[in-house]
Write a protein that binds this ligand. Structure first.
Ligand code: BGC
Length: 446
């Protein structure tokens, strides 16, 4: 299926028709439980795979003295040069959608200076996708921002939404006709959740002031500000504005494709049945999820990105249960979280849901297969109950740079030898390919 705005909007039950919710449910194939035109895909982000993204805020922080990053991103997996091989590999595996991001710092290396060559590069990536039968689904901002933007206050600056919108206009004009889907911002809500807990615990605003102060000194700008390390609640309004303006900018360009944003959604669960825990759960969901659902009310879809659950008691977030299986990120191996978060997103928004990231960091590929199957079973259950889920995009296609954790965590369906840049699909890649080929029928029987 071509991922066009029109096809996304077709058959969307209205909010009032939710209880009956017939249109989408009836389209789910009885043999697989997934709708006929279900979108299957894989995801990456520019800084995590391209390599050499040396003009953005993360690269700068990776190279600070006393950096908290375990290692710098360096060459990453050199997708900037090897994108054709990666897309051909997707084609060989039969993966029909690729969600990747454009690196803003390449496109606008100095404020107001736009690089036609960088825009052409991403256009070539999208065209290569189309030539290989892969729908390009493009994220405009996946955490990293140009260094100049960070130096002038990052997302804290009052004109940040306008600067983002201008970049979005350039992106839309250059690539709108070759995009099959777009995401304005990746997880603008992720730091809000930490900020909520910090404030509740009386710690005041969250963030790493010390790191920002050191970065400011090194950058020669008191205003230096980088997304992960500032208080999420203090930049929320700017993010919401940026999304709104970015959405409008994308819609003003050529092409006709669904636009939304992707949200980091954790499955928050009350573990001790206490009223306080319930109050905390409601509070973090309200501040970190619902405020963003409200902003997504008019979007073409809501991007759901879920990895695990967080259990809450009267003291806040608990450690994983004794003896629980943990992932390489130290969180609980809990693929069931996805079924819960898509239901939550649907309950609040009644917009089509696209799972734009879900996956597990592990060296045990059998565990990855189990994770994917269990997550998809949860999704199938939600679809059966009337949730309008349009697709599932696995994170990540390749083992890549996991931000402050460096190259340790392995989320990929495909491993990479970072000396030769040789790609090797893991058994989970073939398993996922089988699932795609059968539109989910290869999953355990209904
Ligand atoms: C982010 C990715 C990240 C993944 C795994 C998501 O929050 O969008 O960039 O690699 O989680 O931690």
């Amino acid at each position: 299926m071509k991922l066009s705005r029109r096809s996304f909007m077709a058959g969307v039950p209205s909010a009032t028709a939710l209880s009956a919710c017939a249109p989408w449910r009836l389209q789910a194939r009885p043999d697989t439980g997934f709708p006929k035109d279900f979108i299957w895909g894989v995801s990456t982000s520019s800084h995590q795979v391209e390599g050499g993204a040396a003009n953005n805020d993360f690269w700068f922080l990776e190279h600070l003295a006393d950096t908290p990053f375990v290692e710098p991103s360096g060459d990453a997996v050199d997708q900037y040069h090897l994108y054709k091989d990666d897309i051909r590999l997707m084609k060989a595996l039969g993966i029909p959608t690729y969600r990747f991001s454009m690196e803003w710092s390449r496109i606008e290396p100095e404020q107001g200076v736009f690089s036609a060559a960088a825009l052409q590069h991403y256009r070539r990536v999208a065209e290569t996708c189309l030539e290989n039968g892969v729908d390009p689904y493009i994220t405009l901002n996946h955490f990293t921002v140009p260094l100049w933007f960070a130096k002038r206050g990052g997302w804290e600056a009052s004109d940040a939404p306008d600067l983002f919108a201008r970049y979005a206009e350039w992106a839309a004009a250059a690539l709108g006709d070759v995009m099959r889907g777009a995401c304005t911002l990746n997880e603008p809500n992720i730091t809000v959740q930490g900020a909520y807990f910090a404030r509740r615990n009386g710690q005041g605003p969250a963030g790493d002031e010390n790191l920002m102060a050191r970065a400011a000194r090194a950058a020669g700008s008191n205003d230096f500000s980088s997304y992960f390390f500032v208080d999420g609640l203090s930049i929320r309004d700017n993010f919401l504005q940026a999304h709104k303006k970015g959405y409008a900018a994308l819609k003003s360009g050529p092409g006709d494709y669904p636009v939304g944003m992707s949200l980091a959604l954790r499955d928050y669960q009350v573990a001790d049945g206490s009223a306080t825990a319930e109050e905390i759960r409601r509070g973090v969901v309200q501040e970190g999820h619902v405020a963003f659902y409200e902003a997504a009310q008019h979007d073409d879809y809501v991007g759901v990105q879920t990895y695990s659950r967080r259990r809450i008691n009267a003291d806040g977030v608990m450690r994983p249960p004794e003896g629980a299986k943990l992932t390489q990120m130290g969180v609980e191996f809990y693929p069931e979280a996805l079924g819960a978060t898509v239901r939550e997103a649907w309950r609040y928004t009644k917009r089509p849901i696209l799972v734009s990231e879900n996956g597990v960091p592990t060296d045990n590929d059998t565990d990855r297969i189990q994770y994917i199957d269990t997550a998809l079973e949860g999704l199938r259950g939600a679809i059966h109950d009337g949730v309008d889920v349009r697709g599932y995009i696995y994170w990540s296609f390749l083992d890549n740079y996991e931000w402050m954790s460096g190259y340790g965590p392995k989320f990929g369906l495909v491993s990479v030898d970072r000396t030769t840049q040789q790609r090797t699909p893991k058994p989970s890649a073939y398993h996922f390919a089988r699932l795609i080929r059968s539109n989910g029928a290869a999953l355990t029987p209904l």
